[in-house]
Design a protein around this ligand. Structure first.
Ligand code: FEO
Length: 170
């Protein structure tokens, strides 16, 4: 049985996932405006992924008969100097999200809410991947520095990223 406290916390997390989606959409649009089409594609896929994360929590709430409440989405930044700055902010943000997921895990454990704990395990693993991806891209863009050919090559690589449904939505 899920408590009201846990329901509120999950609704807050749904909002955070949708805010993340909006942040990455803003980065995608900014990359597009700066003619980094591959980076724009990478962040567009990220915007879709964050909506998937919200959907996973929504499906879980619906499946246990809890009510999803959609809160307003706060404004996001819309300007970054370079792809490197975007990926640095991505890593910082994903570390914050990891803390939020850990907070949910602590709450579920303290409440003996094993169903929610089980659902959260996917997110714990996903956050490891999210941080690793951002860290790798910071390394790649740092190494490229001001070498325009290297940046173009990286941009082309990021243009190949495709969205695929996460396991809990299959
Ligand atoms: Fe939903 Fe990027 O964590």
């Amino acid at each position: 049985m899920i408590t009201k406290t846990m329901q509120n916390a999950i609704n807050k997390q749904i909002n955070a996932e949708l805010w993340s989606a909006y942040l990455y959409l803003a980065m995608s649009m900014e990359a597009e405006a700066k003619a980094f089409k591959g980076v724009a594609n990478w962040f567009f896929v990220q915007w879709l992924e964050e909506q998937d994360h919200a959907r996973i929590f929504q499906n879980y709430m619906n499946s246990i008969g809890a009510k999803v409440i959609l809160h307003p989405i706060d404004k996001v930044e819309t300007e970054w100097d370079s792809p490197l700055e975007m990926f640095k902010e991505t890593l910082k943000h994903e570390k914050d999200v990891t803390e939020m997921i850990n907070g949910l895990v602590h709450l579920a454990m303290s409440e003996g809410d094993y169903a929610t704990l089980s659902r959260l395990q996917w997110f714990v693993d996903e956050q490891v991947e999210e941080e690793e991806n951002a860290r790798d891209l910071i390394d790649d863009f740092s190494r490229a520095g001001k070498d325009f050919a290297a940046i173009l090559e990286l941009d082309a690589r990021l243009g190949k990223r495709e969205h695929s449904k996460p396991e809990p939505l299959k």
